[in-house]
Design a binder for this molecule. Structure first.
Ligand code: HEC
Length: 124
C-alpha cells in the first residue's frame, strides 16, 4: 500500500487538502489520549521532540509536535490519518522509508493511544 501511495503524490496531496469538520477530523475509535500521553512520557519521545504539555525533556532531534493536529502530512510524506499515524509512531521507517525516527517499543494499542494524544496537540 505504501509503495502504491508513493507512486501517487498528486492524489495524496488532493486527499490531504480535503479536511472534514474539526470534531470528526481524526477519529481514533477506542483510543485514550491520556493513556497515550503517559506512553509518550514513559518511552521518552520527549528526548527527540517538544510537546506543549511535557516540560522535560524537550528534544530537538525531531520536529516540534506542539501543533501536530493541524498538520496535513506526517513527516511531509504521508497523509496525516489515524491509521498511518498509529503505524508511524510505532515503526516510522516502515511507513516512511529512510525516516530518521527509530521504531519505538510500543504495541498497537499503545500506538493508537499515542496517536489520539497527538491529535489533541494544537487541535482547532
Ligand atoms: C531518537 C529520536 C526520536 C524519538 C525517540 C522519537 N522520534 Fe519522532 N521523529 C524523530 C525524527 C528525526 C522525525 C522526523 C522524521 C522524518 O521526517 O522522517 C520524527 C518525526 C515524528 C513525527 C512526524 C512529525 C511531523 O512533523 O510530521 C511524529 C508525529 C513523531 N515523530 C512522534 C513521535 C512519538 C509519539 C515518539 C515516541 C513514541 C517519537 N516520535 C519518538 C525522532 C524521534
Amino acid at each position: 500500500m505504501i509503495a502504491a501511495a508513493r507512486a501517487m503524490p498528486a492524489t495524496l496531496l488532493l486527499l490531504a487538502a480535503c479536511k472534514p469538520p474539526p470534531e470528526g477530523r481524526h477519529p481514533m475509535a477506542g483510543a485514550d489520549a491520556a493513556a497515550g500521553r503517559a506512553v509518550v512520557e514513559r518511552v521518552g519521545c520527549g528526548s527527540c521532540h517538544a510537546f506543549p504539555d511535557i516540560a522535560w525533556p524537550r528534544g530537538a532531534v525531531g520536529p516540534d509536535l506542539s501543533r501536530f493536529a493541524s498538520q496535513t502530512m506526517i513527516a511531509g510524506r504521508v497523509p496525516n490519518r489515524p491509521d498511518l499515524l498509529a503505524a508511524f509512531v510505532r515503526n516510522a521507517p516502515a511507513v516512511v522509508p529512510g525516516s530518521a525516527m527509530p521504531a519505538m517499543p510500543i504495541d498497537e494499542a499503545e500506538a493508537r493511544d499515542v496517536a489520539a494524544y497527538l491529535y489533541t496537540l494544537g487541535a482547532e
